[in-house]
Design a protein around this ligand. Sequence first.
Ligand SMILES: Nc1ncnc2c1ncn2[C@@H]1O[C@H](COP(=O)(O)OP(=O)(O)OP(=O)(O)O)[C@@H](O)[C@H]1O
Ligand SMILES: [Mg+2]
Length: 387
Amino acid sequence: MVKFISGMMFKEQNIHQYDEYLIRLKDVVKAYKTDAGEFLALKNINLTIGAGEFVGVIGKSGSGKSTLINMISGIDRPTRGEVHVADTPIHTLGEGGIAKWRGHNLGIVFQFFQLLPILTVLENVILPMDFCNFYNSRQRRERAMHVLDLVGVAQHANKLPSQLSGGEQQRVAIARALANDPPIIMADEPTGNLDSKTSQIVFQLFEKLVAGGKTIVMVTHDGDLAKKVKRTIIIADGEIIEGYLTKAFPSLTQQQLIWTTSMLETQKYKAGTTIMKKEDAPERFYIVTMGEAEVVLRTPSGQECVTTRLGRGEYFGEVGLIHGGLRPVDVRAASDVEVAALDRASFNEFLNQSEDVREAVNKVAAERLQQALEIIEEKKDVCTTLA
Ligand SMILES: Nc1ncnc2c1ncn2[C@@H]1O[C@H](COP(=O)(O)OP(=O)(O)OP(=O)(O)O)[C@@H](O)[C@H]1O
Ligand SMILES: [Mg+2]
């Protein structure tokens, strides 16, 4: 039975087996041949996106945003590297295979809507269902009306796209992207051609879709919208700079950000597991990229307390690395946590690259050490220090 819940069928069949990430790019390179030689539009991209994330992709014109989106949607192929979506290695699929896969799994929204001008709004939305042979013809019409209603343009169903405003046309394009109920929506500057009020409406629609379980990757030039998504990926000259890094170290230059990103290694921890033990030799510096970590301290009387909770863009591990082994705390995962880690040598180099960062990290380390010592020496009432 093919019902209106193909996206859920997809989830049950694929995503549960693939428990790590929904989208995973591994060492992706995209090279274009130009008169001046080979041009690298994407340079060794490693990226993971979890199911249900709403990710904003930002960066200057020509930085590689559309190229990245096209790698994930299979519109274009990597020159090297792998692109996995759920458990499908889409870089290995042929043209026909990709088109079929895309029709089932991914909705795409473009800046210039790209509706077919000779078809009505309703027919434009029915088209992807025809292509995938989803639903019978009555169901296709019902489904199309349902998604048009969802985006608030059902009253225009029988008009031609040219009779609609830009914002209305984009909502039709979103309805078309939703037609086959794909779990993923890729949007390349969906608000690029809309005024700010209409952009808000489209953005709120995306938020609603994410709340309903969709995963959305959206390229945007709109700084206000980029601030509202939970996770932003910055692209600079074909390389990725993660938003948590700019949050943790706002003074880093673009070059320093690119270097640091390339040295960071991602690690995942289940809720309740220990990330860093005070007995272990200090070897790593960690930045929380997802979830929450908690700093745990044991007093001489044996009382365990959580002194701080660290969220996305906050870091730990620097006390031991800077103060030669003195590290009075454990850090454990308060929820499922993802961290990005630098080894000792990279951490030292990282501090050497920027005086501002070195000062900031040294200050945090000194304050944390002082706080921990006060708690250990029971100069402070532990219970009032609890986060
Ligand atoms: N087919 C091609 N042949 C050669 N170079 C290309 C090709 N397509 C894209 N490029 C180059 O790759 C780089 C990245 O292009 P891309 O379209 O991904 O940028 P973008 O970040 O989406 O820019 P914009 O914000 O202007 O849309 C650009 O320098 C572009 O000129
Ligand atoms: Mg682009």
